[in-house]
Design a protein around this ligand. Structure first.
Ligand code: HSE
Length: 330
Protein backbone atom coordinates (compact mmCIF):
# COMPACT_ATOMS: atom_id res chain seq x y z
CA UNK A 1 0.00 0.00 0.00
CA UNK A 2 1.51 3.29 -1.11
CA UNK A 3 1.21 6.30 1.14
CA UNK A 4 1.66 10.03 0.59
CA UNK A 5 2.52 11.87 3.80
CA UNK A 6 1.70 15.56 4.17
CA UNK A 7 3.36 17.24 7.15
CA UNK A 8 6.69 16.42 8.77
CA UNK A 9 6.29 17.87 12.24
CA UNK A 10 6.43 15.65 15.33
CA UNK A 11 3.68 13.32 14.10
CA UNK A 12 4.84 13.13 10.47
CA UNK A 13 8.43 12.40 11.46
CA UNK A 14 7.22 9.84 14.01
CA UNK A 15 5.14 8.14 11.31
CA UNK A 16 8.16 7.89 9.02
CA UNK A 17 10.28 6.48 11.85
CA UNK A 18 7.64 3.92 12.79
CA UNK A 19 7.04 2.73 9.22
CA UNK A 20 10.82 2.42 8.78
CA UNK A 21 11.44 0.65 12.09
CA UNK A 22 8.56 -1.83 11.83
CA UNK A 23 8.41 -2.51 8.08
CA UNK A 24 8.37 -6.31 8.53
CA UNK A 25 5.92 -6.29 11.41
CA UNK A 26 3.58 -3.97 9.52
CA UNK A 27 3.72 -6.14 6.41
CA UNK A 28 2.80 -9.23 8.43
CA UNK A 29 -0.02 -7.51 10.26
CA UNK A 30 -1.36 -5.56 7.28
CA UNK A 31 -1.01 -8.43 4.81
CA UNK A 32 0.97 -6.25 2.44
CA UNK A 33 3.94 -3.85 2.66
CA UNK A 34 3.17 -0.28 3.71
CA UNK A 35 5.45 2.15 1.93
CA UNK A 36 5.67 5.93 2.19
CA UNK A 37 6.40 6.93 -1.39
CA UNK A 38 6.12 10.74 -1.20
CA UNK A 39 6.21 13.44 1.46
CA UNK A 40 5.46 17.12 1.56
CA UNK A 41 6.28 19.71 4.20
CA UNK A 42 6.95 23.43 4.45
CA UNK A 43 10.73 23.29 4.59
CA UNK A 44 12.88 20.74 2.82
CA UNK A 45 16.11 21.77 4.54
CA UNK A 46 14.91 21.65 8.16
CA UNK A 47 16.74 19.07 10.32
CA UNK A 48 14.40 16.22 11.23
CA UNK A 49 14.69 13.03 13.22
CA UNK A 50 13.67 10.79 10.30
CA UNK A 51 15.12 9.36 7.12
CA UNK A 52 13.82 10.79 3.83
CA UNK A 53 16.13 8.75 1.60
CA UNK A 54 14.36 7.24 -1.41
CA UNK A 55 11.13 9.17 -0.76
CA UNK A 56 9.86 11.71 -3.30
CA UNK A 57 9.65 15.29 -2.08
CA UNK A 58 6.55 17.16 -3.26
CA UNK A 59 6.40 20.95 -2.83
CA UNK A 60 2.61 21.25 -2.83
CA UNK A 61 0.89 18.66 -0.59
CA UNK A 62 -2.26 18.87 -2.72
CA UNK A 63 -0.33 17.07 -5.47
CA UNK A 64 -0.31 13.96 -3.26
CA UNK A 65 -4.05 13.71 -3.85
CA UNK A 66 -3.69 13.32 -7.60
CA UNK A 67 -0.65 11.08 -7.90
CA UNK A 68 -1.41 7.74 -9.50
CA UNK A 69 1.15 5.93 -7.34
CA UNK A 70 -0.55 6.82 -4.03
CA UNK A 71 -3.41 4.84 -2.44
CA UNK A 72 -3.64 6.63 0.90
CA UNK A 73 -2.98 10.22 1.92
CA UNK A 74 -1.89 10.94 5.50
CA UNK A 75 -2.59 14.54 6.54
CA UNK A 76 -0.63 15.66 9.60
CA UNK A 77 -0.28 19.32 8.68
CA UNK A 78 -2.98 20.54 11.05
CA UNK A 79 -5.26 23.57 11.01
CA UNK A 80 -9.01 23.72 10.83
CA UNK A 81 -9.10 24.64 7.14
CA UNK A 82 -6.59 25.99 4.62
CA UNK A 83 -4.21 23.56 3.00
CA UNK A 84 -5.14 20.64 5.30
CA UNK A 85 -8.82 20.82 4.38
CA UNK A 86 -8.06 21.36 0.69
CA UNK A 87 -5.83 18.30 0.71
CA UNK A 88 -8.43 16.21 2.56
CA UNK A 89 -11.17 17.20 0.11
CA UNK A 90 -8.93 16.60 -2.90
CA UNK A 91 -7.71 13.20 -1.65
CA UNK A 92 -11.22 11.89 -0.92
CA UNK A 93 -12.50 13.44 -4.17
CA UNK A 94 -9.77 11.54 -6.04
CA UNK A 95 -10.82 8.26 -4.41
CA UNK A 96 -7.90 7.98 -2.00
CA UNK A 97 -8.26 6.89 1.61
CA UNK A 98 -7.48 9.65 4.10
CA UNK A 99 -5.78 9.25 7.47
CA UNK A 100 -5.58 12.40 9.56
CA UNK A 101 -4.52 13.49 13.03
CA UNK A 102 -6.34 16.80 12.60
CA UNK A 103 -8.90 17.12 15.39
CA UNK A 104 -9.80 20.74 14.59
CA UNK A 105 -10.58 19.84 10.97
CA UNK A 106 -12.54 16.72 11.89
CA UNK A 107 -14.54 18.52 14.61
CA UNK A 108 -15.45 21.29 12.16
CA UNK A 109 -15.66 19.50 8.81
CA UNK A 110 -15.77 15.80 9.70
CA UNK A 111 -19.30 15.16 8.47
CA UNK A 112 -18.72 16.87 5.15
CA UNK A 113 -15.51 14.82 4.71
CA UNK A 114 -17.21 11.60 5.83
CA UNK A 115 -19.90 12.17 3.19
CA UNK A 116 -17.21 12.56 0.54
CA UNK A 117 -15.47 9.38 1.72
CA UNK A 118 -18.75 7.48 1.69
CA UNK A 119 -19.53 8.66 -1.82
CA UNK A 120 -16.06 7.67 -3.06
CA UNK A 121 -16.12 4.32 -1.22
CA UNK A 122 -12.92 5.08 0.68
CA UNK A 123 -11.99 5.30 4.34
CA UNK A 124 -11.73 8.48 6.40
CA UNK A 125 -9.96 7.60 9.66
CA UNK A 126 -8.61 9.78 12.44
CA UNK A 127 -7.58 7.69 15.46
CA UNK A 128 -4.59 10.00 15.97
CA UNK A 129 -6.86 13.03 16.33
CA UNK A 130 -8.00 12.09 19.83
CA UNK A 131 -5.73 11.13 22.73
CA UNK A 132 -2.51 10.43 20.80
CA UNK A 133 -1.63 6.75 21.15
CA UNK A 134 -4.74 5.74 23.11
CA UNK A 135 -7.04 3.76 20.77
CA UNK A 136 -10.24 5.38 22.01
CA UNK A 137 -11.96 5.86 18.65
CA UNK A 138 -11.55 2.20 17.68
CA UNK A 139 -12.83 1.28 21.14
CA UNK A 140 -15.98 3.31 20.56
CA UNK A 141 -16.44 2.45 16.87
CA UNK A 142 -15.74 -1.25 17.20
CA UNK A 143 -15.20 -2.65 20.68
CA UNK A 144 -18.19 -0.88 22.22
CA UNK A 145 -20.31 -0.74 19.07
CA UNK A 146 -23.03 -2.85 20.71
CA UNK A 147 -23.50 -0.46 23.64
CA UNK A 148 -25.56 2.59 24.36
CA UNK A 149 -23.01 4.97 25.89
CA UNK A 150 -24.45 7.04 28.72
CA UNK A 151 -21.44 9.09 29.78
CA UNK A 152 -17.84 9.82 29.00
CA UNK A 153 -15.30 12.05 30.66
CA UNK A 154 -11.63 12.38 30.13
CA UNK A 155 -8.34 14.18 30.24
CA UNK A 156 -8.04 14.90 26.53
CA UNK A 157 -5.21 17.43 26.39
CA UNK A 158 -1.68 16.44 27.32
CA UNK A 159 -0.38 20.00 27.49
CA UNK A 160 -2.94 21.06 30.11
CA UNK A 161 -2.45 17.91 32.14
CA UNK A 162 1.30 18.48 32.05
CA UNK A 163 0.96 22.13 33.11
CA UNK A 164 -1.43 21.34 35.96
CA UNK A 165 0.81 18.53 37.21
CA UNK A 166 3.99 20.61 37.04
CA UNK A 167 2.29 23.52 38.81
CA UNK A 168 0.65 21.34 41.45
CA UNK A 169 3.34 18.78 42.20
CA UNK A 170 6.53 20.71 41.47
CA UNK A 171 5.44 24.26 42.26
CA UNK A 172 6.38 25.40 38.75
CA UNK A 173 4.77 28.60 37.45
CA UNK A 174 2.31 28.51 34.55
CA UNK A 175 4.60 30.10 31.94
CA UNK A 176 7.54 27.77 32.67
CA UNK A 177 5.31 24.69 32.60
CA UNK A 178 3.79 25.79 29.26
CA UNK A 179 7.24 26.46 27.86
CA UNK A 180 8.33 22.93 28.85
CA UNK A 181 5.20 21.42 27.27
CA UNK A 182 5.98 23.28 24.05
CA UNK A 183 9.61 22.13 24.04
CA UNK A 184 8.52 18.52 24.58
CA UNK A 185 6.30 18.76 21.49
CA UNK A 186 2.96 18.38 23.29
CA UNK A 187 1.46 21.80 22.61
CA UNK A 188 -0.34 22.98 19.48
CA UNK A 189 1.37 25.49 17.17
CA UNK A 190 -0.79 28.08 18.91
CA UNK A 191 -0.97 26.90 22.56
CA UNK A 192 -4.06 29.07 23.10
CA UNK A 193 -5.94 26.09 21.68
CA UNK A 194 -4.58 23.92 24.48
CA UNK A 195 -4.88 26.19 27.50
CA UNK A 196 -8.13 27.79 26.33
CA UNK A 197 -9.79 24.34 26.30
CA UNK A 198 -10.50 24.43 22.53
CA UNK A 199 -8.32 21.41 21.74
CA UNK A 200 -10.16 19.44 24.41
CA UNK A 201 -13.47 20.65 22.93
CA UNK A 202 -12.47 19.47 19.43
CA UNK A 203 -11.69 16.03 20.81
CA UNK A 204 -14.84 15.93 22.91
CA UNK A 205 -16.95 16.81 19.85
CA UNK A 206 -15.41 13.86 17.98
CA UNK A 207 -15.84 11.49 20.92
CA UNK A 208 -19.47 12.53 21.37
CA UNK A 209 -20.13 11.93 17.68
CA UNK A 210 -18.85 8.36 17.95
CA UNK A 211 -20.36 7.68 21.37
CA UNK A 212 -23.83 9.11 20.80
CA UNK A 213 -24.27 9.16 17.02
CA UNK A 214 -24.55 12.95 16.85
CA UNK A 215 -22.77 15.36 14.52
CA UNK A 216 -19.69 17.04 16.04
CA UNK A 217 -20.92 20.46 17.18
CA UNK A 218 -18.49 22.79 18.91
CA UNK A 219 -21.19 25.38 19.48
CA UNK A 220 -22.97 22.90 21.77
CA UNK A 221 -19.97 22.65 24.13
CA UNK A 222 -19.44 24.92 27.12
CA UNK A 223 -15.68 25.65 27.15
CA UNK A 224 -13.52 26.87 30.03
CA UNK A 225 -9.73 26.45 29.91
CA UNK A 226 -7.03 26.48 32.58
CA UNK A 227 -5.77 30.07 32.26
CA UNK A 228 -7.26 31.14 35.58
CA UNK A 229 -6.04 28.17 37.63
CA UNK A 230 -3.45 29.31 40.18
CA UNK A 231 -0.94 27.44 42.30
CA UNK A 232 -3.18 28.38 45.25
CA UNK A 233 -6.12 26.55 43.63
CA UNK A 234 -3.95 23.48 43.12
CA UNK A 235 -2.71 23.59 46.74
CA UNK A 236 -6.30 23.89 47.99
CA UNK A 237 -7.30 20.90 45.85
CA UNK A 238 -4.42 18.89 47.27
CA UNK A 239 -5.37 19.84 50.86
CA UNK A 240 -8.90 18.60 50.10
CA UNK A 241 -7.55 15.24 48.85
CA UNK A 242 -7.68 15.73 45.12
CA UNK A 243 -6.33 17.34 42.00
CA UNK A 244 -7.68 19.79 39.45
CA UNK A 245 -7.93 18.27 35.97
CA UNK A 246 -9.14 19.79 32.74
CA UNK A 247 -11.91 17.40 31.72
CA UNK A 248 -14.04 16.98 28.64
CA UNK A 249 -17.40 15.61 29.76
CA UNK A 250 -20.43 14.39 27.83
CA UNK A 251 -23.56 12.91 29.39
CA UNK A 252 -26.60 11.43 27.72
CA UNK A 253 -29.49 12.23 30.02
CA UNK A 254 -33.21 12.49 29.53
CA UNK A 255 -32.87 12.37 25.74
CA UNK A 256 -30.29 15.18 25.70
CA UNK A 257 -26.52 15.26 25.42
CA UNK A 258 -24.78 17.77 27.67
CA UNK A 259 -21.14 18.53 26.77
CA UNK A 260 -18.62 20.68 28.62
CA UNK A 261 -14.91 21.35 29.01
CA UNK A 262 -13.92 22.56 32.48
CA UNK A 263 -11.23 22.38 35.13
CA UNK A 264 -12.76 20.05 37.74
CA UNK A 265 -11.77 18.90 41.23
CA UNK A 266 -11.15 15.15 41.04
CA UNK A 267 -10.70 13.21 44.33
CA UNK A 268 -7.50 11.13 44.56
CA UNK A 269 -9.66 8.02 44.94
CA UNK A 270 -10.65 8.35 41.26
CA UNK A 271 -8.41 6.96 38.51
CA UNK A 272 -8.52 10.23 36.55
CA UNK A 273 -6.76 12.02 39.43
CA UNK A 274 -3.78 9.67 39.06
CA UNK A 275 -3.14 10.50 35.40
CA UNK A 276 0.24 12.25 35.34
CA UNK A 277 2.51 14.07 32.89
CA UNK A 278 1.13 14.58 29.40
CA UNK A 279 -0.97 11.42 29.66
CA UNK A 280 -4.59 11.26 28.63
CA UNK A 281 -7.36 9.08 30.00
CA UNK A 282 -11.01 8.44 29.32
CA UNK A 283 -13.67 6.72 31.34
CA UNK A 284 -16.91 5.74 29.74
CA UNK A 285 -19.99 3.80 30.57
CA UNK A 286 -21.59 1.35 28.15
CA UNK A 287 -24.95 -0.12 29.14
CA UNK A 288 -23.83 -3.74 28.58
CA UNK A 289 -20.03 -3.45 28.85
CA UNK A 290 -20.14 -1.34 32.04
CA UNK A 291 -17.25 0.96 33.01
CA UNK A 292 -14.28 1.23 30.67
CA UNK A 293 -11.11 3.16 31.53
CA UNK A 294 -8.37 3.79 28.97
CA UNK A 295 -5.21 5.79 29.55
CA UNK A 296 -1.89 6.37 27.84
CA UNK A 297 0.33 8.88 26.13
CA UNK A 298 -1.88 11.61 24.71
CA UNK A 299 0.56 13.77 22.76
CA UNK A 300 3.95 13.67 21.07
CA UNK A 301 5.29 12.18 17.85
CA UNK A 302 5.78 8.51 18.67
CA UNK A 303 2.48 7.82 20.41
CA UNK A 304 0.45 9.73 17.84
CA UNK A 305 2.30 7.97 15.01
CA UNK A 306 1.22 4.66 16.57
CA UNK A 307 -2.40 5.67 15.92
CA UNK A 308 -1.70 6.97 12.41
CA UNK A 309 -0.07 3.69 11.42
CA UNK A 310 -2.75 1.56 13.06
CA UNK A 311 -5.22 3.34 10.77
CA UNK A 312 -2.97 2.52 7.80
CA UNK A 313 -2.99 -1.15 8.83
CA UNK A 314 -6.79 -1.12 9.06
CA UNK A 315 -7.02 0.25 5.54
CA UNK A 316 -4.48 -2.26 4.21
CA UNK A 317 -6.47 -5.10 5.79
CA UNK A 318 -9.58 -3.90 4.00
CA UNK A 319 -11.45 -2.98 7.20
CA UNK A 320 -14.28 -0.68 6.24
CA UNK A 321 -16.26 1.29 8.84
CA UNK A 322 -18.23 4.52 8.67
CA UNK A 323 -16.04 7.38 9.90
CA UNK A 324 -18.30 8.21 12.84
CA UNK A 325 -19.52 4.67 13.47
CA UNK A 326 -22.87 5.09 11.75
CA UNK A 327 -24.06 5.96 8.27
CA UNK A 328 -27.21 7.54 9.66
CA UNK A 329 -25.70 11.04 9.70
CA UNK A 330 -24.25 10.83 6.19
N1 HSE B 1 -1.72 19.68 21.87
C1 HSE B 1 -2.32 18.39 22.03
C2 HSE B 1 -2.22 17.99 23.48
C3 HSE B 1 -1.62 17.41 21.15
O1 HSE B 1 -1.49 18.62 24.23
O2 HSE B 1 -2.92 17.06 23.88
C4 HSE B 1 -2.31 16.09 21.02
O3 HSE B 1 -3.57 16.21 20.45
Amino acid sequence: MRVGLAGLGNVGAGTLRLVGAHADLLEKRAGQPIEIVAVSARSRSKARDCDLDGIDWVEDPRLLAIRQDIDVVVEVIGGVKGIALELAQAALGAGKHLVTANKAMIAAHGIELAKKAEKAGVQLVFEAAVCGGVPILKTLREGLAANQISSLRGILNGTCNYILNQMGDKGMDFATALDEAQRKGYAEADPTDDIGGFDTANKLAILSALAFGIEPDLSAIFIEGIRDITQGDLRDASARGGRIKLLGIANFFDGKIIQRVQPIFVPLTESLAQVGGASNAIELHGDFAGEIFLSGVGAGGDATASSVVSDLIDIARGNRSPAFGTRSML
